[in-house]
Design a protein around this ligand. Sequence first.
Ligand SMILES: [Zn+2]
Length: 230
Amino acid sequence: MKPKETPWNIRHIDGMTVDEVGDMHIGTSAETPLREDAFDLDDDLKIELIQKHFREIMLILGLDLNDDSLSGTPERVAKMYVNEIFSGLNPKNKPDIKLFENKYNYNQMLVEKNITIYSNCEHHFVPIIGKVHVAYISSGKVIGLSKINRVVQYFARRPQVQERLTMQIGNELKAMLETEDIAIIVDAEHLCVSSRGIQDTSSSTVTSFYGGVFNNEDRKREFLTYVYNK
Ligand SMILES: [Zn+2]
């Protein structure tokens, strides 16, 4: 079905309307598309400006901002965007990770599974909720377990497409742990698919990243067994 050509719906990207790009979840790059001046404004100023603009959105929707329940919403949303759900945009919030020597010479895969993520779809700004499973084989360095969660959360706290999120976590851990032997699975529900659009509440999206020995079928199967066998 051809979308209606309304004044706010005539932008085309590669021959598709903005709605089509969003519903097909087409991402354009492995890096989060950021402006060059992304961090020229400090967080306090960002909160102030977002608050102002979110207020405008609410007013345009017809909401009465004099109501006690709504009056604080623009400020809450602005703080939540900058300090919480989009805090992973700013490199200053990147977790500081210390590595340790692999003194016990553990040379098998380490799997950290079921890391819960709340991210947001960059096409609709509604949540992506899911689980991330990570495996690596030490090249001589090991990482504190909770630090894997922190790396995952850092990249989740951005407007995202799931493919990019998966690759960003994989590439970061590869660089950090100085090894190619990294495996990542992201299994997530997109609220833009379940709560709107096609309104499918039972589907989830699975993406993976396999580096080094994890391209070997036996290693891959071993990882998947740890992740999916109850
Ligand atoms: Zn979406």
